[in-house]
Design a protein around this ligand. Structure first.
Ligand code: GLN
Length: 196
């Protein structure tokens, strides 16, 4: 039975996630308006892009409250970059929050102008290969609660974390051509959540 994966497609890098998940055999659909929420869904992808714009559109389109509730109720979520900002309980130096379902503190655009985009390689918990990690105007996870599991670090700094069924990272695995993180998410989070 195939997995049904929803991708928030209001703005940003959603097409790349779609391609990667389809290559893994998932049925993918895009969430653009309220009626899309009626479709059967085993997991949600929150793509990179601009978190301020995404947060504004989520509210304007009345997607914000229903999605927040589903995430809080345990819907598996894979968040990249701006998506991680949407999940954070707190933003450093910024009073704004969005879903706030993950107890992490995130600083937007934390790598400054000079180093605003770069590649790193690192290992990722549960995946037995070094992975390429492209950072694009990336945020940084500057703090996280004890119940948050660290999945990957670059230069001693956390770049991927898990909290319950929410998996969040500050880089873009969807543009690397390497589907290991998406596969790991489907196998270790989405399939077990569907069975439970
Ligand atoms: N800088 C963006 C923000 O603050 C995130 C960048 C990204 O998603 N690539 O929302």
């Amino acid at each position: 039975m195939s997995l049904h994966i929803a991708i928030l497609a209001l703005q940003g890098a959603f097409a790349e996630h779609r391609k990667m998940l389809e290559s893994l055999g998932a049925e993918v659909f895009e969430i653009r308006q309220k009626k899309d929420l009626t479709l059967k869904c085993d997991a949600l992808i929150l793509p990179g892009g601009e978190s301020t714009t995404q947060g504004k559109l989520l509210r304007e389109l009345e997607l914000f409250e229903p999605l927040k509730k589903r995430i809080a109720d345990g819907l598996p979520v894979l968040a990249t970059c701006a998506g991680t900002i949407l999940l954070a309980k707190q933003l450093a130096d910024d009073p704004v929050t969005h879903f706030a379902t993950m107890p992490i503190v995130v600083r937007r655009n934390a790598y400054g102008r000079q180093l605003s985009s770069f590649y790193a390689d690192s290992n990722f918990s549960g995946i037995d290969q070094n992975l390429p990690m492209p950072f694009i105007r990336a945020p940084q996870i500057v703090d996280y609660d004890a119940e948050v599991e660290l999945l990957a670090s670059v230069g001693q700094k956390p770049v991927a974390v898990r909290y319950g069924n929410q998996v969040a990272m500050t880089f873009h695995p969807e543009i690397t051509g390497n589907p290991a993180i998406h596969r790991c998410f489907l196998e270790k989070t989405v399939i077990p959540a569907r069975k439970s």
